[in-house]
Design a protein around this ligand. Structure first.
Ligand code: SF4
Ligand code: SF4
Length: 135
């Protein structure tokens, strides 16, 4: 049976925690992190977020890293859904070819995977019901 490690093993390089605008926040993400930091939501938004269009993203430090990056993720247990899902993300179900683009920027992603097995694994890990259907 396929597992995470058949497709991906994080090298902790930190590259995915660098660069503007990448980490979108849901309302649940913001509420959870604000509660974890024990600050009001409004303070969390002001101190730790930026806007990308109309959506909140995590702010960046001057060195380009996510404001919560400190050698690794300092909010690992409550990190945003987008960070938790990576690299098994929704856009792979639209086009499994995205995996190969992602593998060029994330050294933890194995490029040589069976696409059908990967699609099935992503589908299941995202909790979708029609996991046997192919694109
Ligand atoms: S870029 Fe990939 S390998 Fe590097 S820390 Fe992020 S998930 Fe892990
Ligand atoms: S919340 Fe954590 S995992 Fe997500 S970008 Fe920031 S440091 Fe990286």
């Amino acid at each position: 049976m396929a597992s995470d490690r058949n497709f991906f093993q994080c090298t902790q390089c930190g590259d995915c925690c660098k660069g503007f605008g990448g980490t979108y926040l849901t309302d649940n993400d913001m509420a959870a992190i604000a509660a974890h930091l024990d600050i009001p939501l409004s303070t969390f938004k002001k101190r730790y977020c930026a806007l990308s269009g109309k959506r909140y993203v995590l702010a960046q430090r001057d060195d380009g890293f996510c404001i919560f990056f400190d050698r690794n993720c300092s909010i690992h247990s409550i990190k945003p859904a987008m960070c938790r899902k990576w690299p098994f993300i929704d856009s792979l179900l639209k086009d499994i070819g995205n995996w190969h683009i992602m593998s060029s920027v994330c050294p933890g992603i194995r490029p040589d995977v069976d696409e059908d097995q990967l699609r099935d694994y992503v589908c299941k890990s995202l909790g979708r019901s029609s996991c046997s259907s192919k694109k």
